[in-house]
Design a protein around this ligand. Structure first.
Ligand code: GLN
Length: 445
């Protein structure tokens, strides 16, 4: 009730939630109280949270931030949602986001931009901007996000919270509205690494309904949090400290890294030589997958349908023209182009080859060091409306996108402020190194 009142009071300005599910929340809270009185209490029993509006939630509107799904009520729960419910959490609502998770500022939402709680002239980052803002504003202690090219880590950095993108396949994608299926991964956003560890315990694991989820044991992610960092080998990718990095963000990042040295870690420079190709490769692969995934919104089976179509083609055309926003249309155009005959080998096949090289860069680096560190984003949160050019917006993800192409895990932790706006330190590990990342992040906090 306290948080619902807080949402009522503050979220009119912030716009972090698209749908507030007070009734369902009260029912879930009662169930949590009942479980507690029976002594059936787990670490998440009764924990309030928000869920990015990309996760299907049974009986609740699930919009993906799009007019296309503006009235869509999901008939079933995503696996992550089902697992969170089974852990006794209480969802207070569905978090605002860039339409179909395409964006880095949360300005692409059909439901309006989200404001950064630290400075309401600033964006919260994207695409999980609503999740990050809701946690930062104290509307919920935790939220679920998804990260296809940085969408958990970058808004976590901009809002001064902690966000973890797990290894691709660690968390089921079943019931998460697909953007780019080979890159999408769900993860927790919360104040601390410890909170993220508790949430990852609840959501990780194999799911027979997602053939890309990995059948590999799930460790207890809280167990290693206290392990000392003496002897930890940290690599600083040369390419993450170059042109385009705001000097004040660099200074905050280097200050954070000194803390690890004082905890007994050693630091050396490493190179990820194909970094420069990550954004071009991503902007071939992600739109290609998106154009295929979004072909299902045809105005027939679900989603927005235009008025009085004259025939089937008119139905498709107008339903899609009306239902999708500008950035989504741009991605569909890019994707259908790069997948079309005559361009496929030049763009898509080439991008997949580059992707392999990018992955190999990381694997080579992890032969030498345990974790990589650098800034999460080259700048602190920018002003709402300030970044109008799509390519400069895409460049926001320069340090986060390669991680998704490689499938490795990454976490962003708060690392101070630049001009009153939070900045994040990104810590990367090899595949399935989540426990190590959480441990390293926890020791910093
Ligand atoms: N900003 C990137 C994009 O627009 C990444 C988004 C994401 O991770 N969902 O595609």
């Amino acid at each position: 009730d306290h948080l619902l009142a807080r949402i009522e009071r503050l979220d009119g300005d912030l716009n972090s939630l698209i749908t507030v599910t007070s009734d369902q929340a009260r029912t879930a809270a009662d169930a949590a109280d009942a479980a507690r009185s029976r002594g059936e209490t787990g670490p998440l029993t009764g924990l309030p949270l928000a869920i990015k509006d990309l996760f299907c939630t049974e009986g609740v509107r699930t919009t993906a931030g799009s007019r296309m799904l503006g009235d869509f009520v999901a008939p079933y729960d995503a696996t992550v949602v089902a697992k969170l419910k089974a852990s006794g959490t209480v969802s207070l609502g569905k978090a605002n986001m860039d339409e179909f998770a395409m964006g880095s500022s949360n300005e692409n939402s059909h439901f309006g931009a989200v404001k950064n709680p630290w400075d309401q002239n600033a964006v919260p980052g994207g695409s999980s901007g609503g999740s990050a803002a809701a946690v930062a504003a104290g509307l919920v202690p935790a939220a679920m996000g998804t990260d296809t090219g940085g969408s958990i880590r970058q808004p976590a950095a901009f809002c001064g919270i902690t966000g973890l993108k797990p290894t691709y396949g660690r968390v089921s994608r079943y019931g998460i509205i697909a953007y780019a299926s080979s890159l999408d991964q769900a993860g927790p956003m919360a104040r601390t690494a410890e909170d993220c560890a508790l949430l990852l315990n609840a959501i990780a694991g194999h799911d027979p309904r997602d053939s890309t989820s990995v059948s590999r044991g799930v460790p207890n992610y809280t167990e290693e949090l206290a392990a000392p960092l003496a002897g930890l080998k940290i690599g600083l990718p040369r390419e993450y400290f170059g042109d385009g990095l705001d000097p004040a963000v660099e200074a905050a990042t280097r200050d954070a890294i000194k803390v690890f040295e004082s905890l007994g870690a050693s630091v050396r420079e490493v190179s990820l030589p194909h970094t420069h190709y990550a954004i071009p490769a991503y902007y071939v692969i992600a739109p290609a997958e998106a154009s295929s995934n979004l072909s299902r919104y045809d105005g027939v089976r679900f989603g927005h349908r235009c008025e009085a179509p004259s025939d089937l083609i008119d139905l498709y055309k107008r339903s899609r023209a009306e239902g999708f926003g500008e950035e989504v249309k741009r991605r569909i155009l890019i994707g259908t182009h790069t997948l079309s005959e005559g361009f496929f080998d030049a763009y898509y096949t080439k991008a997949q080859q580059v992707r392999r090289l990018i992955r190999q860069d990381f694997l080579d680096a992890f032969e030498e060091v345990d974790v990589l560190m650098g800034p999460t984003s080259p700048t602190p949160a920018f002003d709402l409306g300030a970044n109008k050019d799509p390519v400069s917006m895409y460049l926001q993800d320069i340090y986060t996108i390669a991680v998704n192409l490689a499938g490795i895990p990454g976490i962003s932790v708060p690392a101070g402020f630049v001009s009153g706006r939070p900045v994040g330190l990104q810590i990367l590990g090899t595949h399935f190194a989540e426990a190590r990342l959480l441990n390293v992040a926890h020791q910093f906090q």
